[in-house]
Ligand binder design. Structure first.
Ligand code: NZQ
Ligand code: ZN
Length: 392
């Protein structure tokens, strides 16, 4: 187990009864001028927008709508301007990870006079070092990213074909997590979100650190939970237990606990982010296509014990032969992803040419440090190109 520091101060309000009673004070504690951020309209359709406006009665609310999936830097720039023009005290983000990610960068950008893209391009170095950040309160409407309890944001710059993760100084101040708000999430987004959770777990489970049974056990339990509840949420969208387990699972998977004691960073995420950057595909779907192929690629004599443990503890496989169990575990992962109706090839998401693969692989390797012990097993640019090609 490696040395680590763990600190997380997000105030979580989980369940059915917090929003109407507590939202006003949770926001107003930070001031009167509120920037309300949201996406393309799902919160209006569901009636959540009206509930929020009622709860904010008496506060000065400025709105930034239209934040798109794979949030674009243009929305962040618009938000930056609004925070300055209206002397905003607090941001209320209502939506999925995209709205929240954009809101967190806007929160730092209020205190920055340059182009907001600078705060992404430097991976948050300036934001963490010497830029203040507005408090962010959020109401989460989609279970996936864990953005509700971490300091990360992933922002796209379509002009440059870049999608990049950045880290601000703070996690959200208050996160309202009501699983009922996710009943209306489509099957596509439910499946993609569920696999995003699972991928966050595999990225942290397969790690070079050794003898970290605390982490491994926590992650195995969370993996079993996603495997169990995702298909139920797909069949019964308003099953509270399913939605609740996915919501809390998403938060717990990426609030820093699961990676405590880890040695290295992630592999499949930087490789997927290039797919989203170039082709604007749904993040969790890209991960679903790439992950089993990445697992196959990195299975070796050195890694087979970890994959065998994954097979025994997560997929309940039995047998003596580690390699056999490892291979079956990868197949079980593939079959489960497919059972969620996630497309299993790039062609299925309309990516049917390899023309950008070399540039994409170069960026993924550079950003993830994949050839320099940045991930679980070293991958070269050629390896990543092969992975994309094997996914076509
Ligand atoms: O825009 P609206 O109208 O709200 O519709 C959204 C959007 O079209 C819809 N939706 C959200 N809640 C809904 C709903 N539809 C019906 N009912 C509801 N209750 O779902 C669509 C997708 O929303 P989005 O926010 O994009 O999804 P998600 O939460 O999966 O976020 C994905 C983004 O987060 C990044 C991804 O790369 C991607 O850009 N990530 C952020 C991370 C982080 N901050 O830690 C880590 C992740 O690995 C990930 O990279
Ligand atoms: Zn993810």
């Amino acid at each position: 187990m490696e040395d680590f520091r763990f600190q997380n101060s997000t105030d979580i309000r989980f369940g059915k009864h917090h929003i109407d009673e507590e939202l006003h004070d949770a926001v107003a504690q930070f001031g009167q001028n509120v920037l309300l951020t949201y996406g393309g309209g799902s919160i209006k359709k569901s009636g959540l927008y009206d509930r929020v406006m009622k709860a904010l009665d008496g506060l000065h609310v400025v709105e930034l709508s239209g934040i798109a999936p794979n949030p674009k830097i243009a929305s962040v720039r618009d938000g930056q301007q609004l925070t300055k023009d209206h002397d905003i005290d607090v941001i209320l983000s209502v939506g999925g990870g995209s709205v929240l990610d954009a809101s967190k960068v806007i929160a730092s950008a209020k205190y920055y006079d340059g182009d907001a893209w600078d705060l992404v391009a430097d991976r948050g170095a300036k934001s963490r070092a010497n830029i203040d950040q507005l408090p962010v309160v959020d109401i989460l409407t989609l279970s996936a990213t864990g953005s509700e309890m971490n300091s990360g944001s992933v922002i796209s710059n379509p002009d440059l074909n870049i999608k990049l993760g950045t880290n601000g100084p703070n996690t959200p101040a208050v996160s309202f997590l009501d699983p009922q708000l996710t009943y209306s999430v489509s099957k596509w987004q439910t499946a993609a979100g569920s696999f995003d959770i699972f991928s966050h777990l595999t990225e942290q489970y397969f790690d070079r650190s050794t003898a970290n049974d605390v982490k491994a056990g926590i992650i195995e339990g969370m993996m079993r939970s996603v495997i169990k509840w995702a298909p139920i949420a797909l069949k019964e969208p308003d099953n509270y237990d399913a939605r609740a387990n996915l919501m809390w699972g998403a938060t717990m998977a990426l609030n820093g606990i699961a990676r405590s004691g880890n040695a290295n960073g992630w592999t499949v995420h930087p490789i997927e982010h290039e797919l989203s950057a170039y082709y604007d595909i749904t993040h969790g779907v890209g991960l679903g296509i790439l992950t089993p192929r990445w697992m196959k690629r990195v299975l070796s004599d050195e890694t087979e014990a970890n994959f065998a443990r994954f097979g025994r503890e997560v997929w309940h496989l039995t047998g003596e032969n580690d390699r056999e169990i490892a291979e079956k575990a990868i197949q079980a992962t593939y079959d489960w992803i497919k059972s969620l109706d996630i497309p299993m090839t790039l062609d299925d998401v309309d990516i049917n040419t390899d023309e950008n693969f070399v540039e994409m692989a170069q960026e993924a390797v550079r950003i993830g440090g994949l050839d320099q012990a940045g991930g679980y097993v070293n991958l070269t640019v050629d390896d990543v190109v092969d992975l994309y090609k094997a996914s076509l």
